[in-house]
Write a protein that binds this ligand. Sequence first.
Ligand code: IVH
Length: 716
Amino acid sequence: MTVDEKQAAKRLQQLRDEIRKHDRLYYDEAAPIIGDREYDRLYKELVEVETQFPEQVSHLIPMLSLDNTYSEEEVKNFYARIQRLLPNEKIPVVIEPKVDGVAVSLIYENGKLRQAATRGDGNVGDNITQNIRTIRSVPDHLRGAAPKLLEVRGEVYMDRKGFEKLNDERKKQGLPLFANPRNAAAGSLKQLDPAIVAKRPLGIVLYGTGATEGMDIDLHSEIFPLLKKLGLPTTERWWVAASVEEILDAIHELDAIRHNFAYQTDGAVVKVNTFAQRERLGFTAKSPRWAIAYKYAAERVETRLNDIIIQVGRTGILTPVAVLEPVLVSGSTVGRATLHNEDEIKRKDIRIGDTVVIEKAGEVIPAVVEVVKSQRPRSAKPFDFSEHIQGKCPVCGGPIRRDPQFVAWRCENLQCPAQTTRRVEFFAARGALDIESVGGIVADNVVERGLVREPLDLFELKVEQLAKLNLGTEEAPRVFGEKNATKAINAIERARTLPLSRWLYALAIPDVGKTTAMDLSRFHDTLNDVANSLLLQDVADYEEKKKQANELRRKDPQAYHVLRNDLAEIRDRLIKTGFAKQSKTKHVKGSGIVTEIGPVVSKSVLDFFASATGKRILQRLKDLDIQPKSEKVSLRKAAELPLAGKTFVLTGTLPSMTREEAREKIEALGGHVTGSVSKKTDYVVAGREPGSKFDKAKELGISILNEAEFRKEISA
Ligand code: IVH
C-alpha cells in the first residue's frame, strides 16, 4: 500500500464509522446530532474516497459456488442423495434460472444501500459500491419496511443489444473486444470511473440472501415476493417441485423460455426450499449439499469454413484456426474457431469449403465439432498442415520444431513478434494485470514498432510514443491520440500496485494458473519471498527424499533411516506453517502429507525464478521499482498495524542493518519513512555518524532511537 492508500483506508474507516453512528442516532434513537447538510457532506466524501481508492472487502458470509452437472442423470442422483440424507421427509425444491453474469453481494442497512462487492475468491471481493449505484434497477433505498440488515446476492449482467453496441464502439476506438456479455459486465464493474459504468447497459438479478438481521423467513420461495416488495429485481420465473419428474419438467420448461429473458442463462439451479432442511444437509468443502446447477448443453450451429490460418501463441505453439462465415452462437458472433492441432484436422477430415458444426459453451473458445459430410462441395480443399508451413514459422520465418511430447509444432524464435504480442496481451489481460487499453491492436502495434520487446517494457512507454500510433492502415489511418494514450499509461501505472497474486499469474510462470497464484500469495509476501521460498523448497525436497528413501530402503537401511528422519522433520515444518496437512487417505507408503502446492508445481516455480529469464524479470522489476505485495499484507487494515501513522527519519549507519532493511521493516508495520525531520516526525533512528538530522531532531525534541531501541519498537 502506498502512503496515500493507507491514509485513504484510514479515512474510509472513519467515515463509515461516523456515518453508521449518525444513522443509528437518526433511525434507532431519533436523536440526530448533526444536520442533513453535514450528513450529506460526510456521505459525499465517502463516495469520493471510495471511487478514488478501490479496495477489497471481506464477505460477511463466504460466497460459495455450486456443483455443476451436465446430465439429467446427475440431477436424479442429486435428488436421490438428499432423499437418502433426509429419509421419509418431503423435500420441496425450487428451480430457477442460472444467470450467466457476475456474482455480486449488496448490503442494505436500515434500507439504505451501504456496500456492494464482487464475489472475488469467495472470501474477499472488490468493493464496487459506486459502480453498482449507477445501475438503474438497483435502488438506493428499499421500499417499505426494510430489515435492519439485508445482504442480497445475485448476478450483474449486460443485455445482448447493449453488449453489441458497446463492442461496436470499442472496435472504433481500437480497444480489445469483449468476448461475451458476461465479460463485458465484469469489465464494466471493474471500471474506476463510475461515470463510464453509468453509460453501460447493466442489469441485475437477485436470487438469494447472505447475512440478515430482523428478517424472518423459512422458505427460499418466500424470497422472490419479498425482494419484489422491497423494490429489488429478481428472476421472472421460478418453480417449486417435490419429485424428480417435476424437477426435470421445470428444467425443460425453463429451457424453452430462457432465450426470451433480457439476461443470459446457462442452466437451471435446483435448491432445497426449506431453510431448516438446508441446515441439516450442510456443505461439502466447496459447495452446499442442498443445491446443484444443471448446465444446458452447449449451443451448436452450422456454418461454412472459409479458410484455415495458423496462429502463433504465447509459448510459440502453432495452432490452426478456422476462419468461418460469421454466425451467432450463444449470444455472440463467432468468426473463428480453434482446430487445436494438425492431427485434429486429419482425424476430423476438415477441408476448406466444408460446412462444419461449431460449438460454444460459456467461456470456452468456440471449436469445430465435426464436418457435415453430406454437404461437402466438390471443390472442398484438404489442408496439409506441414506443407502449408514449409518448415518455418508462418509469422517470423524462424525455425520450428515438433515437440515429440506434444502433437504441436513450436516456433523456436523467442523474439518472434507473434509470441511477444501474445505475451504482452496475456500480461495485460483481465485476470492478469488488467491493462484494458493494451489488447489486440495496441499490443500488435507497440511490438511491431519495436517499442515493446517484452511485457515489462510497457512500464517504460511514454504518452508521446503511444499517441502517435496508427491503429488503422496507411490508406485509412486512425491515430491513437493523446487522450487514449494518457488513459493507457495511467492504466499501466495502476498495474504497479496490483497484489502479488495478479503479478504471479501475469508473469506466465509454467504451471502457475490463477488458483496457484492465489495459493502462493497466501503464504508469501513478495515475489522475492516466492523466488526464495523455503516452503516450496521443502515441498520439492520432500518429494526428492521420498524417492531416494524408497530406493534405499532395502539397500542401505542406515541411510534410509537418516532420510526418514529428514522427511519427518520437513513434514513437521510444513504442517506447522499450515502449508501441508496430514493426508487423510490410508497411509500411502512414505507420503503422508498433502501440500497446498504440489511438488511438481513447487519445483516449476523455483526453477523459473532460478532461470536466466526469472532472474532478469526480478532484476527488471527492482529497477522499475515494482514491488507487488501479497493481499494478506495489504488487506490487514492499515490502521491496525503497530506503526500506523508513525513517521520515521533514518540517519547515520546502523550497526547491523542497512537503511533499506530498516525502511522495509517500518513500512511493513504500517509506518513510513521520510527524508527530512520536521515537527511531524515521530522518531529519528540514528546510527553511527549521524548527520544534521540528528541535531534538528534534538532541537525539536523528537524521540531519537539507537538501533537497539529501534529493534524493540519494531518487535512490539
Ligand atoms: S445460488 C451457495 N442461484 O452460479 C450457492 N447461484 O456456481 C449460492 N448463479 O456462484 C449460489 N444464477 O454466481 C445461485 N439462481 C442462482 C444463480 C447462481 C447464477 C451463479 C452464482 C454462483 C454460481 C454457482
